[in-house]
Design a protein around this ligand. Structure first.
Ligand code: 23J
Ligand code: MN
Length: 261
């Protein structure tokens, strides 16, 4: 057996004996999945709906299937660089063109759950990231950076979206934080909130800075993640496989982390 075959056998052995755990970072996708509300001057994305084709009945006696209708950016989803105007001319910027190799990467988890509970508009800053690096080491190029806020524990949709008279209030990255992550050469940035940007990010300069800067750099986004509290700060691996939609800007995605038990 070759060394690489042995490595794969070893990983499978660790999965079988429980020394490696799979953490599911995706939330269920259905009619109750919360959808982002943009400021009213912009077009809105619909939520998830479905229509039944047949369910073991006269329309199809032996089978059950549905037709689904869903915005690309609904629930736990992947943002491709072409989602933003700043990434529109990059190579490999849509779901059908992103090489599968880029969908497997190490992951860093930055815990801002306490700060986000105390301040619903908490912004991850370069200083916060650099302090995290003092403990956990420098963020390696090619790593995902996920911001843990425990926002996914807000099971009530109104609490999750947290919309007030002046719009949504939810944590996210600051402009300079994303600049630092791009400098680190990350694979992408992921959050537990409905989008990768903070609730008030339409007021930032540039507007929606995570989308603007991350996609400009050809990096990816992940939104509406859950179970980040089950991940180590470093040492896990992420598998993110969005649908291969031709010219797709994003899609619902099943995200798995492979972690030491
Ligand atoms: C379009 C415009 C602004 C935002 C978004 C989409 C998302 O969050 C998204 O799901 O990509 S902030
Ligand atoms: Mn999105």
């Amino acid at each position: 057996m070759s060394n690489s075959s042995r490595t794969i056998a070893e990983v499978l052995g660790c999965l079988a004996d429980g020394s490696i755990t799979i953490v599911d970072l995706s939330r269920p996708l259905g009619e109750n999945t919360p959808v982002i509300g943009l400021p009213p001057e912009f077009a809105q994305s619909p939520g998830f709906t479905r229509e039944q084709i047949s369910k073991y009945d006269e329309r199809g006696p032996g089978w059950y299937w549905n037709i689904i209708h869903v915005g690309e950016h609904t629930g736990t989803h992947f943002d491709a660089p072409a989602h933003w105007v700043t990434g529109k001319d990059l190579p490999e910027n849509t779901l059908d063109k992103i090489p599968a190799r880029k969908m497997i990467a190490p992951v860093c988890v930055i815990d801002a759950s306490k700060e986000s509970a105390a301040d619903h508009d908490f912004l991850l800053t370069p200083e916060f990231v650099e302090t995290w690096e003092l403990t956990h080491g420098r963020i390696a190029a090619g790593s995902w950076v996920l911001m843990r806020t425990d926002w996914s524990k807000r099971t009530d949709t109104d609490d999750f979206l947290n919309i007030k008279e002046d719009g949504a209030h939810s944590p996210g990255p600051s402009v300079d934080c994303i600049r630092l992550l791009v400098e680190r050469g990350v694979a992408g940035f992921g959050t537990e909130t409905v989008g990768t940007d903070a609730g008030q990010a339409h007021l930032f300069d540039p507007m929606f800075p995570c989308h603007h800067l991350i996609h400009q750099a050809g990096k990816f986004g992940l939104a509406s993640l859950c179970n980040l509290d089950q991940l180590p700060a470093t040492g896990a691996m992420l598998i993110t496989a969005p649908m291969k939609i031709v010219d797709g800007s994003g899609s619902p995605v099943r995200v798995f982390a492979i972690t030491p038990s």
